[in-house]
Design a protein around this ligand. Structure first.
Ligand code: CAA
Length: 379
């Protein structure tokens, strides 16, 4: 498999990161959202990579987006902003939006003038996403939304919210509808602080208390919400896998450099077989994850259903990123335990990857259902 290299966008990303790194470290330390860096990413076209130019995007292909996610993968707070905006918000807008909806939202999102959020998870509906309780009541040409969402990336910084709510609870997950809500509609949010990683990324809760949405802001049709949610997560999962690949690459690069520079017993530690074993395992985890990710992307781009491939890539790459980050600290020894060394942040940032956009356990059940034809998660 030989995807386009996209050298230019990779170089652009590296130059951006060189400039952004010191500022990002400060935002991470303060758990603050890096608005100036988001604005800069918007100017560079990073927030609408595969969005057509006529809709305000960079007009590149999906591989360019994957290349960018790899480059930014070692800076997971920034990578996460890219993924939420493009995989979770722009992707469903482009796939299911009406012309009016696209014109209203896509250009501003693609240029990074506003941010979007994906509101699926609720306090009582995590892995069992179909059991969500947020309700949407029809009132003439409006819907009224009532409910709560939690663990939502961009909750406090977004202007546009893709909200999944039940319009017809009797119909189970076929009674779920997707809505495009705006902060100005009265969407209230509150931050969730104290995360282990992704410290410069925003996370919060969304409160919907009598939020009135015109019927023109239903995305897709009434009852299509769950399919929209899950098909969107397929794209989300490959973008997380690409981010994990980037994180592993960064961990390996740092570990290699350190192993050559650090001397013990009169030799660089890179000369020791046990250190080489760590580096070799890291490289294999990295390349296997990359191949699974590219396989899923290639199937998506052929227009075929790629749920299985997305789950395999996400499962393997997210678990591998944790193994690789562990080994990176092992190679760095006691120094790696200090925040001064970047591998400490990589270790913290890797941890979320096996949890969000479907835990490793959910990915295994999705894969298991494909293999056996038996769904372990049926109600
Ligand atoms: N594309 C299109 N349709 C799809 C689809 C896809 N990828 N996946 C499922 N569907 C369809 C199914 O075909 C089915 O339709 P039919 O009944 O007509 O066949 C319907 O959607 C329902 O699918 P399932 O019956 O498989 O659904 P389920 O209720 O049994 O649940 C699940 C499946 C796999 C457990 C699912 O609930 C799931 O993935 N849970 C994890 C949720 C998750 O990943 N949450 C992450 C939140 S987002 C997040 O973390 C964001 C962030 O802020 C970064």
């Amino acid at each position: 498999m030989n995807p386009p290299e996209h050298k230019e966008i990779r170089q652009l990303a590296r130059r951006f990161l060189e400039e952004a790194e010191p500022a990002l470290a400060e935002y991470e330390a303060r758990e603050a959202f890096p608005w100036p860096l988001v604005r800069r990413m918007g100017e560079l076209g990073f927030l609408g990579v595969f969005v057509p130019e006529e809709l305000g995007g960079a007009g590149l292909d999906f591989w360019a987006y994957i290349a960018l996610l790899e480059e930014l993968g070692g800076y997971a707070s920034l990578r996460s902003i890219l993924s939420v905006q493009q995989s979770l918000v722009l992707t469903p807008l482009l796939a299911y939006g009406t012309q009016d909806q696209k014109e209203r939202y896509v250009p501003r999102l693609a240029r990074g003038e506003v941010l979007g959020a994906y509101g699926l998870t609720e306090p009582e509906a995590g892995s069992d996403a179909g059991s969500l309780r947020t309700r949407a009541y029809r009132e003439r040409d409006h819907y009224v939304l009532e409910g709560q969402k939690t663990f939502i990336s961009h909750a406090n910084v977004a202007e546009v919210f893709l909200i999944f709510a039940k319009t017809d609870p009797e119909k189970g997950n076929k009674g779920i509808t997707a809505f495009l809500a705006e902060r100005e509609d009265g969407v209230r949010t509150t931050p969730l602080k104290g995360k282990l990683g992704l410290k410069a990324a925003d996370t919060g809760m969304i409160f919907l208390e009598g939020v009135r949405i015109p019927k023109e802001r239903v995305l897709g049709g009434e009852g299509d919400g769950f399919k929209i949610a899950l098909s969107t997560l397929d794209t989300g999962r490959i973008s997380l896998a690409a981010g994990a690949v980037g994180l592993m690459q960064r961990a390996l690069d740092l570990s290699l450099a350190y192993a050559k520079e650090r001397h013990q017993f009169g030799r660089p530690i890179a000369a020791f077989q046990l250190v080489q074993a760590h580096l070799a395992e890291m490289k294999v985890d990295l390349e296997a994850s990359r191949l699974l990710t590219y396989q899923a992307v290639a199937k998506k781009l052929r227009g075929e259903r790629y749920t299985l491939e997305a789950s395999m890539a996400k499962l393997f790459a997210s678990e591998a990123a944790n193994r690789v980050a562990y080994r990176a600290i092992q190679v760095h020894g006691g120094y790696g335990f200090f925040e001064e060394y970047e591998v400490a942040r990589l270790y913290r940032d890797a941890r979320i990857l096996t949890l969000y956009e479907g835990t490793s356990e959910i990915q295994k059940l999705v894969i298991g259902a494909h293999l056996t034809g038996i769904r372990a998660f049926s109600h």
